[in-house]
Ligand binder design. Sequence first.
Ligand code: FES
Length: 574
Amino acid sequence: MADKPARSQKNFGKLDRDGFIHRSWIKGTGLPEHVFDGRPIIGICNTWSELVTCQFHLRDLAEFVKRGVWEAGGVPIEFPAMSLPETQMRPTAMLFRNLLAMEVEESIRANPIDGVVLLGGCDKTTPGQLMGAASVDLPTMVLSSGPMLNGKFQGRDIGSGTDVWRFSEEVRAGTMSLADFMGAEAGMSRSHGTCNTMGTASTMASLIEALGVSLPTNAALPGVDARRKALAHLTGMRAVELVKQDVRLSQILTREAFENAILMHAAIGGSTNAVVHLLALAGRVGVPLSLEDFDTIARDVPLLVNLMPSGKYLMEDFCYAGGCPAVMNEMGNLFRRDAITVSGHTQGQIADAAQVWNRDVISTREAPFGPSSGVWVLRGNLCPDGAILKPSAATPELLTHRGRAVVFESIEDYHARIDDPDLEVDATSILVLKGCGPKGYPGMPEVGNMALPPKLLQQGVRDMVRISDARMSGTAYGTVILHVAPETAAGGPLALVRNGDEIVFDGPARTLDLLIDDAEMARRRAEWEAVREAPTPTRGWSRLYVDTVLQADRGVDLDFLVGKTTTEVTRESH
Ligand code: FES
């Protein structure tokens, strides 16, 4: 920083009425006179909440960040941002990711802050906080809350989410008792921290490391591990240095950094939700990133990490096996080694210092745990603006499939009919769910991995091709085609599919087509337009959201939030 006064000096450096107001009131928190001498003010943006076990311990971690900030000569000031409990919020936490981003952006810009440490962890908090911070572009670091300990049930490990979906199907199939199902509940979440599978939270924390915006080991250290407290301390120290060196977020979040995130995503078998989050983040910092980048950049990266839902281990095992730095080490030159990070080291230096400690958990590239993974990006007359599928979580035999559509017009229609023994469906059918996109639900919920009809489960069927404009939980699995764009509510062709239509899905060719001719498509579109209804939210955040939200291929950000604004605020408050 040295050459120019700290940003916070606009408030604290003035010996006049305005300076009096800014200093006097904050002195009420116990800060002494000498801390207003221009040393960096580090804002600690905390999404702590008792509604979310994933972030239950963040007040505790914030204290360790503060120790580090003080030690390095800065001044820590903690402030809150809304928490987004994935398992509690209705209709879906995703509806509020952009609201969190707005809150974080404006809180940082409006306040006397020189640098920021973002404390979050549950699925949407990490991207929401980082998107907001990126639109201000101060020196910024992320400290994640860390995963829960491994779940335990009847003598074995069970994983957040993944085993919920599995057990729930077993109960519906009649092969698991309700008593056992309830018994698993208490053993799944044994500590605070984020989901212990490679779900969205763990994926985003891993991508944070790959992007270079946290210190190494941030993703996998369990939330209760004492080393996470030490990491918090070191993060606080480093945040002060970033301010002194004026290393802004935009210098870290380069195209190379996003490429590393996509490479890491493939190697770990990451959540499909990362696609919309990275696209939205890239839009904030102005890095060109397309849906196809997720398919092409990572095509040579095999699945290296054996974690649920693609494999069998959990985040605690991943930590002990070496975590993300070890994955980077194994990826070698595939990784963009010159990319700089907030640690002051390049990704290559971080990778070189790491080692894999358990080859069952992190495999070699020569004998990978799975074939080329990542995300497949599909195109066709059913998804002109794209759709995605996670091949590592799918059934290989279903990756090329032709079947007749069983259509559900809404989530309510699905719930009303899926258990009906008379539902006309067989194992070759393709389940199609409409009305679950960003505008339609609203908020694009995680319902794309719709549960299968009980009568097929009882026949032993455990996977079917499913298509929707929804997302799915990062902990889920199956041959599930997601994020169809444009969505139903925006007039995408998905809206025109009818029961019994034939659909052809060719994964290796990346195509998804509805087998009706153009004339029939046009006729159906005219009929659909004639009965089209206006968006249902009439006021408040939901109304703003449906009016301005972008489609999945553009990250589901609000159209007016794309990009960034200067950190400068010229006018005084009094
Ligand atoms: Fe918060 Fe899974 S519910 S990380």
